[in-house]
Write a protein that binds this ligand. Structure first.
Ligand SMILES: Cc1cc2nc3c(=O)[nH]c(=O)nc-3n(C[C@H](O)[C@H](O)[C@H](O)COP(=O)(O)O)c2cc1C
Length: 157
C-alpha cells in the first residue's frame, strides 16, 4: 500500500494548517493510501550549522525530530508539507526542519511525490508555497499538482 507522510509545520496541532492536512488525509484514505501525520511546529528544532558531519554520519549531528522522522520519510512514497505563513514565508521551525531533513539524509528522494499546502490569514501564501515546492524540485521529486490553489486563509481553524 502506498504511504504518505504529512508534516505540519504549525505549532497548532488543531489549527488551520492541520485542518487543510486533515482534508488531504480524508481524500488519501478514500483512495486506500496509508497516512501518517506528524506535527513538528511545537518541537525544539534548530537550524542547520553547515558542519557537513551528515556526509560521514548519514544523519544530522543534532539528534532531534529530524533524525527521528528521517526513516519515516525514507519509507514513504509521498511527502506532504503543510505550513502556516509567518512574514510571507513558511514558519521558521519548519524551514529548520526541512533544511536539515533534506540535507542530512543520504537516501534518494527520487520519484517520491511531494505536495505542499499553506495557510495564511491574509497574504504570503503563494510565496510560501514556492519555497516549499523547491525542496521537492531539487530532489528529483515530482510535485503533485492541484485543481486549484493549495492554500487556505484563516486565523482560527
Ligand atoms: C509570527 C507570525 C507571522 C505571521 N505572518 C503572517 C503573514 O505574513 N501573512 C498572513 O496572512 N498571516 C500571517 N500570520 C498568520 C498565520 O499565517 C495564520 O493565522 C495561519 O493560518 C495560522 O495557521 P495555524 O493555525 O496552522 O498555525 C502570522 C502569524 C504569526 C504567529
Amino acid at each position: 500500500m502506498a504511504k504518505v507522510l504529512l508534516i505540519n509545520g504549525s505549532p497548532h496541532a488543531k489549527g488551520c494548517t492541520a485542518l487543510a492536512l486533515e482534508e488531504m488525509i480524508r481524500v488519501f484514505q478514500e483512495e486506500g493510501i496509508e497516512t501518517q501525520l506528524i506535527h513538528v511546529g511545537n518541537k525544539d528544532i534548530r537550524g542547520c550549522v553547515s558542519c557537513n558531519a551528515c556526509s560521514k554520519r548519514g544523519k544530522c549531528v543534532f539528534d532531534d525530530a529530524v533524525n527521528e522522522i528521517a526513516p519515516l520519510f525514507e519509507a514513504a512514497d509521498g511527502l506532504v508539507v503543510g505550513s502556516p505563513v509567518y512574514y510571507g514565508s513558511p514558519n521558521g521551525t519548519l524551514l529548520s526542519f526541512l533544511d536539515r531533513l533534506f540535507y542530512s539524509t543520504p537516501f534518494s528522494k527520487h520519484m517520491k511525490v511531494g505536495a505542499a499546502v499553506v495557510s495564511c490569514r491574509r497574504g504570503g501564501n503563494t510565496a510560501s508555497f514556492d519555497v516549499l515546492n523547491k525542496y521537492f524540485t531539487i530532489s528529483g521529486m515530482p510535485v503533485a499538482s492541484s485543481t486549484y490553489w493549495n492554500q487556505v486563509h484563516g486565523f482560527t481553524a
